[in-house]
Write a protein that binds this ligand. Sequence first.
Ligand code: NDP
Length: 451
Amino acid sequence: MSVAEEIIAKVKEKDAHEAEFIQAVSEVMESISVTVSRHPEFVKDGVFERIVEPNRVIMFKVPWIDDNGTVHVNRGFRVQFNNAIGPYKGGLRFHPSVNLGIIKFLGFEQIFKNALTTLPLGGGKGGSDFDPKGKSDREVMRFCQSFMMELYRHIGADIDVPAGDIGVGSREIGYLYGAYKKLKNEHTGVLTGKDLEYGGSLIRPQATGFGSVYFAAEMLATRGESFDGKTAVVSGSGNVAQFTIQKLLQLGVRVISVSDSNGTVIDEKGFDKDKLDLLMDIKNNKRGRVKDYAAALNLPYFDGKGIWDVIREQGVKCDAAFPSATQNELDGENAQALVKNGCYCISEGANMPSTPEAVAVFHENNVLYAPGKASNAGGVATSGLEMSQNSLRMSWDSEEVDRRLHNIMRSIHKNCLSAAEAYGKAGNYVDGANIAGFLKVAKAMVSYGVI
Ligand code: NDP
């Protein structure tokens, strides 16, 4: 058995019920096993075994009271996975599907993603099975306060710096930060994704979506192409999807879809600025659904249908796809249909949105395929820039932050390609991202000794 096979087998045995974590570990191990022959010290020092075990897992009770006075109890998590190259960093997800396996998969991916950003950031992730949808602002506030009443003792500007993710946006970060400030009596950069008035960074809300498009533009450039005049599909309608659409519109792309967990809109005419403003108002201010957006513009809406099924069933054609909702949203069958209908560039805004079968389809068909840990790293990178600005007690203008973000995405792209090439996997962004991220973390782990 190879080292990678041994590690995968152990994880399958120990964490048998954590399907997403096993999936993430398997993919990374399959990529990084090629480093063994050049780095025997990784095996000697047990780096492969140590990297799949979180440094610390914190699981806690989050009791809160709804507007009717009823008590509810949710479960809170923070997985501090690896801090070899910097403080733990990674978002908080509030969604009913959240469990330990999902937070571990996200925290594990975050190690390599954060290493790729070129910034000194370790990997972590957290969240809760609380669902903010349908709750009043006051209920969300009480939940966030209760969540932070436990989390505050485990985090800190140089220890662990959480941010947003699914279900955690500007409103939730405000309540979480307010509670932290009150409990600790200090004003530090302990959370990122803050509003501008109290230490946030310009371009942070846009960063993941913009970064995903910048990465895709770099991939297209390797074939001498640009985005101008292309057609794209985007899944989801949250933070990442909205700013992916915004950047694509700026680059002259026709964006023809949007979705949420209840349904899908296909708009062959494509988004324009007014339509995107309306979508953002419905989603962010009115906390509505894409169904409301479709109704307001009389657009075709597929109720109860996942976007990739709709694209397959309707034979929707596109050049590029940006899966930006959630893990494993795009399976092998739908990947086949996408490719058959002309799609040849995939940039993941979400974390692990393509199943292993879908990824295999992309590779078999020579598709330009960027895994989330590379293409969506612009979000955490800009969180890193927010931390720098907080430490410096200053703020950069949006051009400065966007310029840095763009440069970081170019570097990530370049590093993925060089690492892949160096290990005989030319053009494979999955292997390139895993190898480049891993080498940085593994070398630091060896320097520290076995600890
Ligand atoms: P939001 O909560 O803003 O939006 C999430 C979107 O995805 C919503 O449209 C939501 O629909 C949809 N969605 C969530 N779960 C499901 C599901 N099970 N099935 C179908 N649709 C679903 O989150 P973000 O935009 O911030 O995050 C989207 C993805 O991007 C996640 O994978 C996240 O981990 C990743 N990501 C986010 C970063 C960031 O900076 N925000 C950084 C890097 C990665 P509905 O409203 O119906 O739930």
